[in-house]
Design a protein around this ligand. Sequence first.
Ligand SMILES: C[S@@+](CC[C@H](N)C(=O)[O-])C[C@H]1O[C@@H](n2cnc3c(N)ncnc32)[C@H](O)[C@@H]1O
Length: 319
Amino acid sequence: MSDSVSGISHQPVLYQKVLEFLQPRSGGHYVDGTLGLGGHAHGILQASSPDGRLLGLDVDPQALQLAAQRLAEFGERASLVRGSYARLAEHLAAAGPPSSEAKGWPPVDGILLDLGASSLQFDRAERGFSFQQEGPLDMRFDPQETLTAEQIVNEWSEEDLAEVLFRYGEERKSRKVARAIVKARPLKTTSELAGVVVRALGGRRSGLHPATRSFQALRIAVNRELDSLEAVLPQAVAALSPGGHLAVISFHSLEDRAVKVFMRRESRDCICPPEQPTCTCGHVATVKELTRKPVRPGEQEEQANPRARSARLRVAERL
Ligand SMILES: C[S@@+](CC[C@H](N)C(=O)[O-])C[C@H]1O[C@@H](n2cnc3c(N)ncnc32)[C@H](O)[C@@H]1O
């Protein structure tokens, strides 16, 4: 699917695969925890016609506005809420159609998390996500949050900066980059920061722009993305009805690892250390992994949509 709302072209990643795994059906209840431009949500609502329902969450009011336009045709079947998927349980408890007094959703049939930034966020220079466009060092998904990339870049210690670049960007030369950033302070724009990183690292390595890892690291730190992911996964499993599916699309190895480790642990009846002869943990499997290996986009999708290249989809079924 590639269409446009307000002139923004949009290709939801792994669209068909997501729908195949979620198997939306009439009467079902679904959650899109990362609504973005509403591309996947549109597919879920269409496939669950005439009366499937969707709760869509996003922390970005611009995204919600565009998603609301895209999903207007589904009326009250779509409930769109400004809020973080990290508080999924609360949002489900509060959800209900506007015309109803009753609040709270039943266990849901499918949950989608399509992590990271949307094309809208990357393409709007003023959001500060892109090193290819001149913009302020912002990078917040949620404009109500106070921490920005500018604060991290200009105010955090060299040591903390290096830690962020290493941990969230897997930048091997994190100390070198951090030193260069601190020396170049104050930095105000994405281009200034990208220039400093390029000068610190030299030319392109393995086809990747030298600033890619540093920008990814800052975005993850600004939005505390891994904390939100860790928070949502158990809530998502708890919210699913038996047979319901949790689908997570990640775009870098840190996210994918967190999802894999979670799904693997939750699919085991015992999580005691392997050297322990008898089980003392009492852990009971809550899910079955439907994807031992992550699902990747095909060549055609990768060519049509460069953003899909790093996408990995993992799906688990609630037992
Ligand atoms: C990759 S986009 C989703 C695109 C969407 N699947 C579509 O088809 O249009 C990710 C979205 O998740 C949102 N987001 C990021 N962190 C979030 C969080 N903690 N809670 C809710 N939404 C979040 C971002 O603002 C962004 O709009």
